[in-house]
Ligand binder design. Structure first.
Ligand SMILES: [Zn+2]
Length: 327
């Protein structure tokens, strides 16, 4: 539980929402991309219609749904269609209050040089902010294409927490459209792109993280007990089908491990605690379910200066790489 609390305090994003729940619980569109820097990007708060229109378009996230993704997101034991998923999303969109807009705008106006000079591109040089109702995506903040989606509960935290969250999510948008920079940060963490074919039982029970749809990143390590090098891939999948007849159990409650590590040498599924160098001390954050999430936390530490990396050397390496892209 301590781990969950730590994760929640540090990132407050996709998987972080499981904390609430356990207590009471690339994009295929063509887009106009122009070379520029982060300071050229504009930010827009979506109306209800704009939010609905954006989130009911297909993209890498909606095209990657497993059977579990759909049934669990609608809390249904039966099969769920994508049309039903989109209907649900339509009912979940609301608008930011003036006060909420002011808080987010203030955060975005205080850009350090390393960020404002960062050479990155996003579609139409725009990042859209969409507000969801409290239960949307189990209350987790997340991104789709060039939009950051913040459910109601995520806006109730203090200014420092909201600042960390906003820049964590902004990294996901930057990462999606700037693969060169993304892969360089992943490499610093020890992850490289690789080809992975999932066993059928895992493929059907995958829980797709909208911020890290592509799971094909390999990490070389060893078992703690010793032995030869092994290659593992971090995955998030459900341990069992959605089975709550009352439809109240959140999909985060089904996650087998945070993450499960698929050993490509023999198909065995491992826990992070079973291998070397797969923990918060090594990655600098307890939110190590995917290199994308680790990168997002470090990005947020670097930009806001108010996070707490557990591996300052690693954060510094990532900062130096960002500085290369800021010249
Ligand atoms: Zn994230």
């Amino acid at each position: 539980m301590t781990t969950f609390i730590t994760i929640f305090k540090q990132v407050l994003c996709w998987v972080a929402a499981m904390y609430w729940l356990l207590l009471g619980l690339i994009y295929n569109h063509a887009f106009a991309q122009s070379a520029g820097t982060f300071k050229d990007i504009t930010f827009q708060f979506a109306s209800i219609d704009e939010g609905r229109d954006f989130l009911t378009q297909e993209d890498d996230f909606t095209q990657s749904f497993s059977e579990f993704d759909l049934s669990a997101r609608l809390h249904s034991m039966g099969k769920v269609t994508k049309a039903e998923f989109f209907d649900s999303v339509m009912a979940h969109i609301t608008t930011f209050s003036e006060k909420e807009q002011n808080r987010i705008s203030t955060i975005l106006q205080n850009q350090p040089e390393i960020l404002s000079a960062l050479r990155v591109s996003v579609p139409d040089n725009k990042i859209l902010f969409i507000k969801g109702v409290a239960r949307h995506e189990e209350g987790a903040a997340y991104t789709r294409r060039n939009a950051v989606i913040l459910p109601e509960g995520m806006l109730k935290q203090n200014d420092k927490g909201l600042e960390r969250l906003v820049y964590h999510e902004i990294w996901h948008v930057i990462s999606r459209y700037n693969p060169d920079l993304k892969l360089k940060l992943y490499a610093i963490l020890g992850f490289k792109p690789c080809e992975v074919v999932l066993p059928g039982n895992i493929a059907n029970s995958m829980i797709t993280n909208p911020d890290a749809v592509d799971y094909q990143f390999c990490y070389k390590t060893k078992m703690k007990e010793g032995g030869p090098k092994i290659t593992v891939v971090p995955l998030i999948f459900a341990a069992s089908p959605y089975d709550d007849p009352a439809g109240k159990k959140p999909f985060f409650a089904y996650i087998q491990s945070f993450p499960s590590l698929l050993n490509l040498e023999n198909g065995q599924v491992l826990k992070p605690s079973e291998v070397k160098n797969y923990d918060a001390d090594f990655f600098g954050t307890a939110y190590f379910i995917h290199p994308e999430e680790i990168s997002a936390d470090h990005f947020s530490f670097i930009i806001t200066g108010n996070g707490q990396s557990k591996n300052a050397k690693l954060t510094e390496k990532m900062k130096k790489m960002l500085m290369k892209y800021s010249k």
